[in-house]
Design a protein around this ligand. Sequence first.
Ligand SMILES: [Zn+2]
Length: 355
Amino acid sequence: MNSLLPTAIVGSLPKPAWLAEPEQLWSPWRLEAAALVEGKHDALAIAADEQRRAGLDIIADGEQTRQHFVTTFIEHLRGVDFEHRETVRIRDRYDASVPTVVGAVSRERPVFVEDARTLRAQTNQPIKWALPGPMTMIDTLADKHYGSREELAREFAKILNQEAKELEAAGVDIIQFDEPAFNVFFDDVRDWGVEVLELAAEGLRAETVVHICYGYGIKANTDWKATLGPEWRQYEESFPLLQRSSIDTVSLERHNSRVPVELIELLRGKRVMVGAVDVATHEIETPEEVAATLRDVLRFVDSDKLIPSTNCGMAPLPRTVARKKMAALASGAAIVRAELTGTSASLDSTAGPHA
Ligand SMILES: [Zn+2]
């Protein structure tokens, strides 16, 4: 485990083909019932092993136990009707058929806690678990009960906080909230979004991360990105708010993105997870390319606060591509780490699983 420039993936990894249809987002399961439960846990163990062998320092679940980063969590809640679907506009970008909130929302039982225990048993390295953020959750639902986006988000924040505290008790070191909606609803972010996110993270001893990004490399997102112009300055609005927030770490994409690098200065003082690996292409970054991205970013982030990462989730990629991209990330970080400490670059291979 490297304490300087510790590396991590942002979110998902491709699932094995025996578990779910490969190279698809939100792909359906290929197993059922008890076989599905066992298959998910086997996939978690494989995902942990692949990250470790690639040389990553922080081990994530790779979202092996969920079909969708938001919906799988919501499916476990009371108050949401999955039979009555409505078509709504997601993040002002594309239409989707979504479930309806028909009553008070609550969490009947832990959602990912058992999965987190399974991951914990795979490694002594720090582990990270991602949950959807409250604003992103409300954006994937039609509300027929609360009549207020803010009120529903506050209810989800309470539920997320319960889940996060139990994940922490199960040994999760880093809890990440995925809030791509922060890049769209700027007025809401300012008026209540950051405050509600802090509510979701309240009282946690675990490190907290918010991942805000311009989305996966799917067509609706790439079409939207094409309308944003040569410079993406959207973060200019959210970064100062997040810099002042109680969230420890901000996660964003960098490699091949049009976000002006100097905007990262607005986060000075926070830990920053910076994407040095593109997830929208099959092309494998060289370690030197990764290192160049990190050196560039280090002008705006203190070296003890930089966490090199992927840009976003890698679920739609072929598994071999994801593996090579993780290895490139680790090797690139090792180059810069060696430069910072004046030693020669080498990958830490001392980490191993629990005996
Ligand atoms: Zn993302």
